[in-house]
Design a binder for this molecule. Structure first.
Ligand code: SAH
Length: 220
């Protein structure tokens, strides 16, 4: 561990320090990511009744029947992006609480994020604004349709599970771009692929536990 991370952890609250040690035990080694997760107030992203569990290794409710993934899942997906993606423009489908969005905003030049539930979209936008995060564009819409302007992305991350990758999303990914998405197969798996021409090269895989990717948007 670097002296900087060691020093930071000395000043970090016990619950968040424990989370970082758990992440390291799970194979998260990118220090910039560990430092960010040690300082980001995860308890502000979950339903208030669960804030005491915010740093525990478990998914938690964020309202509207949706959940934030457990810290290790968020960290591992982000670490794959740091390992493989060009950190230019990223599209996130499933803004939810905005926690993953915050991590992306820290590392990428520009984040585009889509959420189908209006109230979650409104809350996440307000949360990130209050944290003075300015490189995120929010959209209330259906991620199956992709981003309305046909911008090409360096990476796409989907934080809800489906049986296949929506075609509108793959169309938005640059050659060599990285796609991360949980796929509902016999064994639900989060995959990380690189686009190579019309083919996909799988780079990583991990077990998945995610809420489903649903059709359409909800105005409440
Ligand atoms: N990344 C989030 C995880 C939220 S859970 C976080 O850090 O909190 C997944 C989210 O995907 C939910 O908020 C759900 O409403 C949203 N979602 C599901 N289907 C969607 C779709 N088709 N388009 C956009 N968002 C969708």
């Amino acid at each position: 561990m670097s002296a900087a991370l060691d020093e930071l952890l000395k000043r970090t609250q016990a619950r968040s320090k424990q989370m970082i040690q758990h992440l390291q035990a799970q194979g998260v080694y990118e220090e910039s990511l560990l430092e960010l997760m040690a300082t980001l107030p995860r308890h502000e992203f979950v339903e208030p009744a669960f804030s005491h569990l915010a740093y525990s290794p478990t998914p938690l409710p964020i309202g509207r029947n949706q959940t934030i993934s457990q810290p290790s899942t968020v960290a591992i997906m982000t670490q794959w992006l740091l390992q493989y993606a060009r950190l230019g423009r990223v599209l996130e489908v499933g803004t939810g609480s905005g926690y993953q969005t915050c991590l992306l905003a820290h590392f990428f030049n520009k984040v585009h994020t889509i959420e189908r539930q209006k109230s979650l979209y409104v809350q996440a936008q307000a949360r990130l604004k209050s944290m003075s995060i300015k490189n995120v564009e929010f959209l209330h819409g259906d991620g199956h349709l992709g981003w309305p302007q046909k911008i090409q992305m360096d990476a796409i991350i989907v934080t809800a599970m489906a049986s296949k990758v929506p075609a509108a999303l793959t169309d938005m990914l640059k050659e060599g771009g990285i796609l991360i998405m949980p796929i509902a197969d016999d064994v639900p798996t989060i995959g990380c692929w690189r686009r190579v021409g019309s083919k996909w090269k799988r780079l990583e895989a991990a077990p998945a536990q995610f809420v489903p990717l649903l059709e359409g948007k909800i105005d409440a």
